[in-house]
Design a protein. Structure first.
Length: 270
């Protein structure tokens, strides 16, 4: 066996071990959810006999369908809003030349470095003045501008063939038409990859919904608190609800997997 083949086997073995380490917590989550209530703390790697009692307990304790629907609404609206703002801003920064362009871009991206705790109080006061406290829209509005989204999309915009833009302008198309008919169709992989990252980030957010919605358990992350108390945590129903919270994200990734892989492959090409 050659040295190159040995290196290849070692690399694949390392990737396999890393994949198992990443997948194991998810497996243990569903394994715990599928155990019988009296076996929740069991260390057996295989949950047997299987039971759906924990899912039934979770459904009795909280409105699972309502929590998933509200969380999906918040995550989808937040991701879509951030994508739209990032698309327009990155298009302007990459395709136009204007005074102080680089300084404004660095200042915009620099907001990514500002800790959330710094802007939390001003955002909360503004939402309170707008009457959006204890409202799902109050969770979404402060997240609509994503410096990360602008940074990533601008890199793709900057490498976009300028000849296509020039040809579209010669054909008499407006900047708005060029964006949606020329640029966006060619950036679908990048938009899909960024969209799922923004969606997962909004889906997993706990702190900001807890601040805005206070004690209202209207999203999944806050609904999980229902199984935590001074008398002990109900691990079975909690793992069942957490498992249900993972499913929409996993399905979204499976649907957009091809676009996400293409985005990472293209980002490495010159």
């Amino acid at each position: 066996m050659t040295i190159d083949r040995l290196r290849g086997l070692g690399a694949h073995l390392l990737l396999a071990i890393t994949a198992l380490l990443c997948v194991f917590p998810i497996y243990w989550l569903f394994a715990t959810a599928l155990r019988r209530p009296q076996d929740v703390t069991s260390l057996s790697p295989i949950p047997w006999p299987l039971s759906t009692a924990n899912f039934a307990d979770a459904a009795d304790k909280v409105d699972v369908t309502g929590l998933i629907a509200n969380t999906f609404f918040v995550a989808a609206l937040s991701a879509a809003g951030q994508l739209l703002v990032a698309l327009l801003a990155s298009y302007a920064f990459a395709m136009y030349t204007f005074p102080l362009q680089r300084l404004l871009y660095l200042a915009f991206v620099g907001t990514w470095l500002v800790p959330f705790q710094v802007t939390m109080l001003p955002n909360y006061i503004l939402l309170n003045d707008l009457g959006l406290i204890n409202n799902l829209l109050g969770v979404v509005v402060p997240t609509l501008c994503s410096a990360l989204g602008v940074l990533l999309l601008r890199q793709h915009m900057a490498s976009f063939p300028k000849e296509l833009i020039a040809a579209a302008r010669i054909d008499g198309r407006t900047s708005w038409s060029i964006l949606w008919t020329v640029v966006v169709p060619n950036l679908r992989p990048a938009l899909a990859a960024l969209g799922i990252l923004l969606f997962i980030n909004a889906w997993n957010e706990y702190f900001w919904p807890a601040v805005v919605l206070r004690r209202d358990n209207s999203v999944l992350q806050l609904g999980l608190r229902s199984f935590m108390g001074t008398e002990g945590d109900q691990w079975g129903p909690m793992m069942a609800l957490a498992g249900l919270a993972c499913l929409p994200v996993l399905l979204l990734y499976l649907v957009l997997q091809r676009h996400i892989v293409n985005a990472f492959v293209r980002s490495g090409l010159k």
